[in-house]
Design a protein around this ligand. Structure first.
Ligand code: TRP
Length: 335
């Protein structure tokens, strides 16, 4: 009798020990499902498919995961592409606003302008907007106020033209190829005109309103210009292979605003690293998801620029890239 009592007591003690070790005691209940915080909803809106914007989006999502926000796990990421159409942009941003998303990530200026037009409450992080002030996204870069902040890829037309002169020194007339409704392009083109005026060059404009006009606009410059300049323009970037085809045939060098436009056939640029820009955008998004106010975070301009060259294009138009330029280049495409 005594023996069996001892057995019972020891079994009882071991059960108690097991319960406390496994952390499943009555006082430590697993959280019930309705106590689990709801997943925050992040809407990503992108104006169009082109390599640079895709790079930004992919590196954004990767970095956001490193910051602790993983799609499907503790956040839901809803990615929408407007296929270059303004009406689609508005519909997408309205949907994000009506469904009370927790954060909107707008890739490129037209998307950011659409998002800002739809909500003054939901935080918006814009990505790769060349001229956030001139585009009316913020009125102060240091303290944006309101619900908007983001990253900028401001470039200098002057710097790109200095590079152009090192490669093809005899530029007298330059063709400006861009979409006149992209405010991100306007400020860079103004910078180009200023540079041309100071350096005795003439600018010939060829503007487009959508990517189907790019071929015609490029052709209109043939015979009139010594080189073509295209800023960080989404419309031109999405039709860059067409630009290269026309310009290469006419043996005109094309200087552009972004590395991906060089990869897609442009001759050269001084451009920023868009993977880094995507990562910086994600860090801002994480700060906001963790409770910071968007308007308290300064706009971040990525200003480290590198030289990008396309050797296939150089060959196609029959020019030799100077050795010192090649040595300085961060990346040489082709060959
Ligand atoms: N800077 C552009 C804007 O403000 C977006 C952009 C990022 C872009 N990378 C690019 C455009 C490369 C053309 C090519 O909208």
């Amino acid at each position: 009798m005594k023996r069996s009592l001892a057995v019972i007591v020891s079994v009882f003690m071991s059960v108690l020990l097991l319960i406390s070790l496994s952390g499943c005691g009555a006082t430590k209940k697993a959280p019930s499902s309705n106590a689990t915080p709801e997943k925050k909803k992040i809407g990503i809106v992108q104006i169009v498919e082109h390599p640079s914007l895709n790079t930004i989006r992919e590196s954004f999502v990767q970095q956001l995961e490193k910051e602790g926000f993983k799609d499907g796990q503790n956040v839901i990421i809803d990615y929408q592409n407007a296929q270059g159409d303004q009406t689609n942009l508005k519909t997408i941003c309205q949907k994000f606003a009506n469904n009370k998303y927790d954060l909107i990530v707008a890739i490129a200026t037209p998307s950011a302008q659409a998002a800002v037009g739809e909500t003054k409450e939901i935080p918006i992080v814009f990505s790769a907007c060349t001229d956030p002030l001139g585009s009316g996204l913020v009125s102060n870069m240091e303290r944006p106020g309101q619900n908007v902040t983001g990253t900028s890829d401001a470039v200098s037309a002057e710097k790109i033209m200095e590079l152009a002169k090192r490669i093809t020194p005899n530029i007298k007339t330059i063709g400006a190829l861009y979409n006149s409704s992209e405010t991100n392009s306007i400020s860079v083109i103004n910078n180009l005109k200023e540079y041309a005026r100071k350096n005795g060059m003439t600018v010939v404009e060829a503007t487009v309103t959508n990517s189907s006009e790019v071929q015609q606009a490029t052709s209109s410059l043939v015979g009139k210009v010594d080189a073509i300049f295209s800023p960080i323009d989404n419309t031109v970037a999405s039709a860059m292979p067409v630009v290269a085809q026309v310009a290469n045939k006419a043996k005109i060098p094309v200087y552009v605003g972004a590395d991906s436009m060089v990869k897609d056939g442009g001759l050269a640029t001084y451009g920023i690293n868009y993977k880094v820009l995507g990562q910086e955008t994600a860090k801002m998004a994480a700060e906001i998801l963790n409770g910071k106010k968007a308007g308290d975070i300064p706009v971040k301009t990525i200003s480290d620029v590198d030289i990008y060259i396309n050797q296939d294009t150089a060959k196609a138009i029959g020019i030799t890239i100077p050795e010192d330029v090649l040595r300085e280049a961060a990346q040489v495409f082709g060959e």
